[in-house]
Design a protein around this ligand. Structure first.
Ligand SMILES: C[S@@+](CC[C@H](N)C(=O)[O-])C[C@H]1O[C@@H](n2cnc3c(N)ncnc32)[C@H](O)[C@@H]1O
Length: 864
């Protein structure tokens, strides 16, 4: 058989073999560890790892790659392992004390987080023998592992599915908190190997040495090896299927009972409770007492029975049956058991009772029919439930629209058998009036009887409380499904994640305080609420999408939309501003009756905040009476004084009456005391500027006098602002948040301004690139200066002709202005063929070169 054939014999050149080659792993087994680690993540946080039986080093490579830097990795194998960076290796037998000493010497008093074992003894003998030595090797590796593992550590080992498998798992379970066997995809199906991951090492103070003694843990294969091969195999099987059998023998004799042959009296057998165990535990049944001797004379005690009682150990199944029958008969005879009548007799009796009590029988029959009907109705209900669940699942998988739920024509929920949307009562009512079938053309009249029964049953069984409980349960279930759906969405869709994150941080709902008011488009208000909103929303989404990738970037002088930028700062239309606005809204809320003056005070409070300071906006009265007076006095640095200004403003407003906040659970109000949060938001705005199109729009409108501050405050009072949210399911709230809210004004200009800002940010080079460019420039200038100096020196020389000087200067200048540096190429020469074992320069190679062996080339190239 050729080499290639051998390799492909087991499908060796499979995808993992190729992958290992590609990625520079020394063995395809590396992927087994990668996959195990992917599942259990034991390498990422490990600081010390020991790999027993590590050659050629595939697992060591993986450990070195996946473990953090500055960790200790030790590999041991019978054969030497080629060096691997960051890894210490020994050539040693892991079953010897020498190996233990070597590892101890390397680790000093360190403990390992992970011990790996992928050992395979030299195979080739009989399979049972191979598996056994593998199991022995596993036991030895475990012995080493428990010595070096720290508490809570992980031991990963390869085990063969063999007679000893269960015993090994049992031992692992004694020493580790979690033991799981798994077969990674890269392990070939034809291979009997399986990997056991033992986590959470218990580190007991004392470990019974028997745990590491193969003779105790497994069957004694050496002993059985001397017996015939067949017998050995059957032993192995017995061990697999009945491991407890062996243990039972270890229990020895019961106390005070040291005989193997046991006799018991027939009376004991007849009168005992557990006759089967009795027969299994004795060898002979005797008839010694007078009573027993009488039994022998009875007809039922046949010769067979007598004979069977003499030696129970030789009985077959039929003999035992005979004995059991005899026992029953005898018990009836002596009155220990009541005789059960044969079937014919029973039938006769039924006939008699039929004559005697016909009514009772009819009653029974009716009951039976009733029970059947109830069972049928239950079945129907269950089926309807299943349909419902499937529909919901389909919706979760986005296979159907949410409207489909509860709307399917054949859906029993619409016929009163399902309580998911509480249509039951309606349906029941309809049923009673016979109107349901009229509603449902496809409704099968034949089944109406069944359903009517079910409905009746429901009526009797389902009290109001129960109904409520059911509804609650279903709601909880729906909530759960909805959460799962959201999670799946989040996992799948990064864009969704970004949106959610933004939603959480910005709390868009805060915007609900402002109604859409576009002075240019007043008559479209109603449309906007109905369908216009969608258009707006789409526009916003587009704008958001455009800015999504850049939303975190710095914003400052590159804004490119100065007026907007300034007004944005003034208007506080962004996040932080919103909560301030809400404060204002709350403060003025109950005072709407106080009229215009109070409202304008509210507006003053709103605009007296630091961010409006210095913008001229704080003068509310002026603005209201003559909007044109409100020429914005833009102060770019005013934001730095936010806190101070707020103070000033509040001091000025002596008469301002702070209305205490109602602690009404129903109303979802702002936490006015949450200053820290406000500060964070203000800080964010200071740092990033206005980042949403809505904020920019609002800022523009304020600057251009399209909106006054009074309007802004008045808009805070709208039907969206005081929505109670208590007790509402999350899916409903999510939906509300999406659709039931005021339109946020977004203008084309605002979107364009934001885009321009983002583009400007995009166009800026990153700091490192700029620095590198500057360095390059500086070096070029230095070179040029140097060349100039040299040229001056050349000019000053008297012993050169003008022509020579010109040539020399030209050379110098060319050198001084050139930016390119020729890289010296290093040739890689593989030490094989003619180059193998060569000392000195290989033939035909000029310039710099480096000699590598083929393995090194394979390792270096993928790394590059
Ligand atoms: C399947 S290989 C290990 C492959 C390794 N995990 C890798 O990824 O490169 C099994 C190794 O166990 C080693 N081995 C078998 N018995 C051993 C023993 N008693 N002590 C040390 N190593 C042993 C063999 O030399 C062989 O290299």
């Amino acid at each position: 058989m050729g080499k290639a054939q051998k390799k492909t014999g087991k499908g060796r050149l499979d995808k993992y073999y190729k992958l290992a080659k590609e990625q520079g792993y020394r063995a395809r087994s590396a992927f087994k560890l990668i996959q195990l680690n992917k599942k259990y993540s034991f390498l990422e946080n490990a600081r010390c790892c020991i790999d027993l039986c590590a050659a050629p080093g595939g697992w060591l490579q993986v450990a070195s790659k996946y473990m953090p830097v500055n960790t200790v990795i030790v590999g041991v194998d019978l054969v030497p392992i080629k060096p691997i960076p960051r890894v210490v290796t020994f050539a040693c037998d892991i079953t010897t004390p020498q190996c233990r000493n070597l590892i101890r010497g390397e680790l000093k008093d360190w403990k390992a987080d992970v011990v790996l074992h992928d050992g395979a003894p030299n195979v080739g003998t009989a399979w049972v023998q191979d598996a056994y030595s593998q199991s022995e090797l596993v036991l030895m590796s475990m012995k080493l592992a428990v010595e070096f593992l720290m508490k809570g550590g992980t031991f990963v080992t390869k085990v063969f599915r063999s007679a000893d498998y269960n015993n090994l798992i049992w031992v692992f379970n004694q020493l580790f908190g979690k033991v799981e066997a798994t077969k990674p995809p890269s392990s070939r199906n034809v291979s009997a190997e399986i990997f056991v991951v033992c986590r959470d090492f218990l580190a007991p103070k004392h470990i019974d040495p028997k745990f590491f003694d193969p003779k105790h843990v497994f069957k004694d294969l050496s002993a059985s090896a001397s017996v015939e091969g067949e017998k050995a195999a059957s032993n192995a099987q017995a061990n697999v299927f009945q491991p407890e059998k062996k243990r039972r023998k270890r229990d020895g004799y019961d106390d005070g009972d040291y005989t193997l042959f046991k006799k018991a009296s027939a009376a004991d057998f007849i009168r005992c409770e557990d006759s089967i165990s009795f027969l299994g535990s004795v060898n002979k049944i005797t008839f010694e007492s007078e009573e027993e001797k009488e039994w022998l004379l009875m007809d039922i005690t046949t010769e067979d029975v007598e004979e069977n009682c003499k030696d129970l150990k030789v009985l077959g199944k039929g003999d035992f049956k005979t004995l059991m029958k005899w026992r029953t008969a005898l018990r009836e005879e002596i009155g220990l058991e009541v005789r059960t009548k044969p079937t014919e007799e029973l039938t006769e009796m039924v006939e008699v009772t039929e004559e005697v009590d016909e009514e009772t029988q009819i009653q029974e029959e009716l009951e039976r029919l009733n029970t059947e009907a109830v069972a049928r109705a239950k079945r129907e209900r269950r089926r309807a439930n299943e349909v419902k669940t499937r529909t919901i699942q389909r919706m979760q998988l986005q296979m159907t629209a949410p409207m489909d739920i509860g709307m399917e024509h054949n859906d029993l929920s619409l016929r009163g058998q399902e309580d998911i949307f509480d249509l039951e009562h309606t349906a029941k009512g309809l049923n009673k009036k016979g109107g349901l079938s009229a509603l449902d053309d496809e409704y099968d009249p034949e089944s109406s009887e069944e359903e009517a029964e079910a409905v009746e049953e429901d009526e009797t069984l389902d009290t109001d409380g129960e109904q409520e409980r059911k509804v609650n349960e279903l709601e909880a279930e729906l909530d759960g499904l909805y959460d799962a759906y959201q999670e799946r969405l989040q996992e799948r869709d990064t864009k969704y994640k970004v949106k959610e994150a933004r939603k959480n941080s910005n709390d868009r709902e805060e915007w609900a305080g402002i109604q859409k008011r576009d002075s240019d488009d007043e008559d479209s208000n109603e449309d906007d609420e109905e369908g216009g909103y969608n258009l707006m929303e789409t526009a916003k989404e587009r704008a958001e999408e455009d800015s999504e990738s850049d939303s975190d970037s710095d914003v400052d002088d590159d804004f490119g939309f100065e007026a907007t930028s300034r007004s944005a700062k003034r208007s506080r239309a962004d996040d932080g501003g919103v909560s301030q606005r809400k404060k204002a809204r709350m403060n003025v809320a109950p005072s709407s009756s106080k009229g215009k003056e109070i409202l304008s005070r509210g507006a003053q409070v709103w605009f007296s905040q630091g961010l409006f300071k210095g913008t001229g906006l704080s003068d509310v009265e002026d603005e209201e009476e003559g909007g044109s007076d409100a020429v914005m006095d833009v102060d770019e640095n005013s934001e730095g004084d936010v806190e101070e200004d707020v103070h000033d403003a509040s001091e000025d407003e002596d008469e301002f009456e702070v209305v205490s906040q109602e602690e009404d659970g129903d109303v979802d109000m702002w936490d006015v005391n949450d200053e820290a949060e406000d500060e964070i938001k203000q800080e964010k705005i200071r740092k990033h500027g206005l980042i949403t199109a809505e904020a920019v729009t609002l800022a523009q409108q304020l600057v251009n006098h399209k909106k006054t501050r009074t309007e802004l405050i008045n808009e805070g009072f709208n039907r969206y602002s005081l929505n109670a949210k208590d007790g509402l399911p999350s899916w409903f709230l999510d939906d509300e948040q999406k659709h039931y809210k005021a339109n946020i004004p977004v203008t084309k200009e605002a979107v364009a301004a934001l885009r321009a800002k983002m583009r400007a940010l995009d166009a800026r080079p990153i700091k490192k690139v700029a620095e590198a460019k500057a360095r390059k420039k500086m070096k070029a200038a230095q070179r040029f200066e140097k060349a100039l100096k040299k040229a001056e020196g050349v000019t000053a020389m008297s012993d050169m002709t003008e022509r020579e000087k010109a040539k020399q200067i030209e050379k110098l200048m060319a050198k001084g202005t050139s930016t390119k540096k020729a890289k010296k190429e290093i040739k890689v020469v593989v030490a094989k063929g003619a180059h193998k074992g060569l000392k000195g320069r290989p033939k035909g190679v000029k310039g710099r070169y480096v000699m590598v062996d083929s393995r090194m080339k394979k390792e270096v190239c993928p790394q590059k």
